[in-house]
Design a protein around this ligand. Structure first.
Ligand SMILES: [Zn+2]
Length: 188
């Protein structure tokens, strides 16, 4: 297999990791046909054997753009935390696994923004008690709303970041979150 890299999260993709987070991918990867990055969920149009990982110099970004990236980190950590809790609360085995894998993917998105913005630490957000979401259906509906919000966020700021690389990343991530909407709604 050739050396394939995801330009969004920077992970090398190969026969040892193509099945990672498989419950959070809308179509299954195969050993010789990796269609989604198992780590960040990006589609194969963002894979390359030669290109460098998408990057920006945080020192060249305006305060406004750094704030957009800071909020993007928080949004993804918030959703990652939610999925982590939801995975504990879910009753159905498949839903549980899907939430667990979605959580890992959202944290990778947070890591991407953290790298882009040159931020030192991950934020620690206030813990939310999701105990009142006492059925898988309620958790899945909340999940799809969270994903809708993420898509709206990326769409809103795609142009405002005024940077070709960042726009490309926001677009790619909004596409990933759209697959999460489909995934969560189709599990209800
Ligand atoms: Zn990736």
């Amino acid at each position: 297999m050739q050396k394939l890299k995801c330009l969004l999260c920077g992970m090398n993709l190969n026969e040892n990791n193509y099945e990672v987070n498989k419950y959070a991918l809308i179509s299954s990867n195969m050993k010789n046909d990796i269609i989604y990055c198992p780590f960040c969920g990006a589609s194969s149009i963002y894979f390359s054997e030669t290109e460098e990982v998408y990057t920006v110099n945080p020192k060249e970004l305006s305060e406004n753009v750094l704030t957009i990236l800071d909020h993007a980190v928080k949004l993804e950590v918030f959703n990652g935390d939610f999925y982590s809790e939801a995975s504990k609360l879910a009753k159905n085995f498949e839903v549980k696994n899907m939430f667990r894998d979605l959580s890992k993917i959202e944290y990778v998105h947070a890591k991407i923004h953290k790298r882009l913005g040159g931020f030192k630490d991950f934020p620690t957000l206030t813990k939310i008690n999701y105990g009142s979401y006492n059925s898988d259906e309620k958790l899945l509906k909340l999940a799809s709303q969270r994903e809708e919000h993420a898509v709206a966020y990326y769409s809103k700021y795609m142009k405002a970041v005024n940077n070709e690389v960042l726009s490309k990343i926001f677009k790619a991530l909004s596409e990933v979150e759209k697959t999460h909407i489909k995934l969560t709604l189709s599990s209800i």
